[in-house]
Design a protein around this ligand. Structure first.
Ligand SMILES: C[S@@+](CC[C@H](N)C(=O)[O-])C[C@H]1O[C@@H](n2cnc3c(N)ncnc32)[C@H](O)[C@@H]1O
Length: 216
């Protein structure tokens, strides 16, 4: 079986990016502006945190790779590209499926350029389109059906982005949200865990936690 994640090009890029992310964790918080994080706009947050990776975990990436291999989605949508660590896992699975594309969106121009370069160096750029700008605008008119949605942008926007895309989710679509231990994810979790809203959902216990929800 081909597993593009094992290719030297992908391994080299992921090793470098995860090492960069570890240095982030050791650095002091870059949030030094006079305004609180909560009162800043989404763009101000993206600009202030443009050097910070904030990636999914390697275990979360392996999970995403397996989910995409299993579900074989024609369209994967990602909210929050950053330096493209998660995008590399998604794109590697699509390359190995031989079908499908990833539409991913990011606010920071610094990160968009770096993400494109990282995807090309890893050899998995072909199925990926990076949509530059605010997800609430860039994802407003994308066509469905969406087979897998990864929510990993600012946490207070995960529920609005889900609601924006909900009518374009394929029956059985998978929705994966990262960092569910963040207090800002409480409204999202309340929503997907209410059976009346049409999801079968479970927590995947990895680092800051992932929620995996199936559009039932
Ligand atoms: C947690 S990081 C994403 C990490 C990435 N998924 C990975 O695993 O490498 C969140 C990213 O979402 C971006 N972002 C936040 N709000 C956004 C929005 N409204 N539209 C587009 N991108 C946004 C931020 O700039 C940041 O780079």
């Amino acid at each position: 079986m081909t597993n593009t994640l094992d290719s030297p090009a992908v391994q080299k890029v992921l090793d470098r990016l995860f090492a960069g992310a570890e240095r982030d964790d050791a650095a002091p918080s870059p949030w030094v502006g006079g305004r609180s994080y909560e009162s800043a706009t989404t763009q101000e947050r993206a600009d202030a945190l443009a050097d910070i990776y904030m990636p999914i975990s390697a275990a979360g990436g392996q999970l995403l790779y397996s989910l995409v291999r299993a579900a074989r989605p024609a369209t994967v949508v990602e909210f929050g590209t950053s330096y493209a660590i998660s995008t590399i896992y998604l794109a590697a699975a699509l390359v190995d499926n031989g079908i499908g594309e990833v539409l991913t969106t990011e606010l920071s121009t610094t990160k968009i350029a770096a993400a494109q370069s990282n995807l090309e160096e890893a050899g998995v750029a072909a199925p990926v389109t990076i949509l530059a700008g605010d997800a609430l605008t860039t994802l407003a008119d994308i066509p469905g059906p969406i087979g897998l949605l990864l929510l990993d942008g600012w946490k207070d926007l995960c529920l609005p982005v889900l609601r924006l895309l909900e009518d374009r989710l394929a029956p059985g679509a998978l929705v994966v949200a990262d960092d569910i231990k963040s207090p800002s994810m409480s409204d999202y979790l309340t929503y997907v865990r209410n059976p009346a809203n049409g999801y079968v959902t479970t927590e995947f216990p990895v680092e800051d936690g992932m929620e995996i929800s199936c559009r039932a």
